[in-house]
Each structure stands twice: as structure tokens, then as C-alpha cells.
Design a protein around this ligand. Structure first.
Ligand code: SF4
Length: 259
């Protein structure tokens, strides 16, 4: 074979090899964060530990409450719809004036989409949310005699209402032991090995199985509040965490006094 052909064949084979390794990173190339995540996602804790975790939450906060302001089940539903990708504090600031003049589906529809949009324009995705609030209010009037149905499947058919929103309403207002899996609950369930899962639905199903029945209703609040204020995404407050000794997360924030 002529020299030039050999050289080009060697170059082609080199290229193929480097393409292969780029497409499939070796174990060495995987980031430590990913490895840690995988390690914790595989691990599950014992039933006794789960019991202990929720017993501690119950002792520290016997009656946990959600932080979205509402005066009835309708304003709760609207507040939860508005809270997607927004903070509860931001939603409360926007709804304070809105709910003062529109706390029923009829009053909301009478305000109209443009006015609702003006009231909530400080919240992310406000255009779409204003549209959904009017549409869901109209649907409540037309199909449910202006009442909010105590049925998760029906709630999920309303405009702007997903499974998480329906679960929150069923739990907070109707006292059902549902588990709304938001970003905080999802993170904690995996970090603690409470209910490791790749999707919110998987985590929800596992949590419903492992949470002791006596903690069924408040457990969702405890997990959300723990994730929001203590076990935060970037720098969990491990030194002041009440379940630190029960936690299997390998990358705990060190105690500054012992560092
Ligand atoms: S010890 Fe740290 S990582 Fe574990 S639950 Fe508490 S805050 Fe979260």
C-alpha cells in the first residue's frame, strides 16, 4: 500500500477512536458530583430511620403550615397555580391586592384577563398564568357550580393545574395524605435515601409507601420546609440540621467549629 494511503488510514482510525471516547466517557471522566448523586440515589434507608426522621420533624414542628396566603379553597387553588416557578413570598405580594377584590371564580372572571395580568405581573410566566386563572375560574363556574372539587383527577383537568398543584390542594384544604413533589421534596427524597427516584412521580409513589401513616398529612410540609430553609440545594445547613445523625448524604456541609 502506498505510504500516503497508510497514513490516511491511520488518521481515520485515530479519529474514530477519539469520537468513540468522546461519545462514551470513561469512569475516570465522570464528575465526582454525578458519582455522589448516583451513590445516594441507589441507597435507601431503613424503615426505623424513616420513622425517626418524621418523629423528629413532628416534635420540632407539630403543625406545619404552607406559606401561600389564601382565604378559601378557591384562593388556595389560584395561589398554587401562580406559584409555579415563583417563590411563595412573591406570590403573596401579588395576591394580597388581587384576592382582596376577587376571592371567588365569579369575581375573578368579572375582573378579566388583562386586569388579572396587571395584578400578577411581578410573577414569572404571568401572561400564561393570568390566562389559566380566568379559564379555570370559568370552568369552575360552568361545570362545578363555582366550587373547587375535592377530587385530584378532576382538579388535574382544570387549566394550569398539574398533579403537584392538585396534590397541594388535596392536602392543604381537604386534608388528604397526598405528596406534592416539588424541587425541594425531590431533592430531599433522593439525598436522604427516603425515596430515591428519577422522576417526581416515582418519588411521590415511593414516599407514599414509606411515610408512616400517622405523618401522612403533614409530611409534605415538613419536607418542603426542610428543603427550603435547611437542606438547600447548594449549601445545606447541616450543622444545624435536626436529622443530621440520620442523614446518609455524603457531602454534608462541615460544622465550622470542627473544620
Ligand atoms: S444533614 Fe445536611 S444534607 Fe442531611 S438532611 Fe440535614 S441539611 Fe440535608
Amino acid at each position: 500500500m502506498p505510504q500516503s494511503k497508510v497514513a490516511s488510514k491511520q488518521a481515520a482510525s485515530k479519529k474514530a477512536t477519539s469520537k468513540k471516547s468522546a461519545a462514551k466517557p470513561s469512569a475516570k471522566q465522570k464528575s465526582p458530583a454525578k458519582k455522589t448523586q448516583k451513590k445516594t440515589m441507589r441507597r435507601r434507608i431503613s424503615t426505623e430511620t424513616v420513622e425517626q426522621i418524621f418523629a423528629r420533624f413532628a416534635e420540632a414542628q407539630p403543625e406545619p403550615k404552607g406559606e401561600l396566603e389564601h382565604s378559601n379553597v378557591y384562593t388556595l387553588l389560584v395561589a398554587v397555580v401562580l406559584s409555579a416557578q415563583a417563590t411563595d413570598a412573591g406570590v403573596n405580594r401579588a395576591t394580597e391586592d388581587l384576592f382582596a377584590i376577587a376571592d371567588t371564580p365569579e369575581k375573578m372572571v368579572a375582573l378579566g384577563e388583562d386586569t388579572v395580568r396587571d395584578y400578577i405581573k411581578t410573577i414569572g410566566l404571568y401572561r400564561n398564568k393570568a390566562k389559566n386563572v380566568i379559564a379555570l375560574s370559568q370552568e369552575l363556574i360552568d361545570k362545578y357550580d363555582s366550587a373547587v372539587p375535592a377530587d385530584r383527577d378532576i382538579l388535574e383537568t382544570l387549566p394550569g393545574v398539574g398533579r403537584k398543584t392538585a396534590n397541594v390542594v388535596m392536602n392543604v384544604w381537604f386534608g388528604e395524605p397526598t405528596m406534592a413533589v416539588d424541587t425541594h421534596v425531590f431533592r430531599i427524597a433522593n439525598r436522604l435515601g427516603l425515596a430515591p427516584g428519577k422522576t417526581p412521580l416515582e418519588v411521590e409513589a415511593k414516599l407514599l409507601k414509606v411515610v408512616p401513616p400517622q405523618y401522612g398529612v403533614p409530611s409534605h410540609h415538613w419536607l418542603i420546609l426542610h428543603g427550603r430553609y435547611i437542606c438547600t440545594a447548594r449549601k445545606p445547613a447541616c450543622p444545624r440540621c435536626i436529622i443530621r445523625d440520620l442523614c446518609i448524604f455524603p457531602d454534608k456541609t462541615p460544622d465550622p467549629d470542627n473544620a
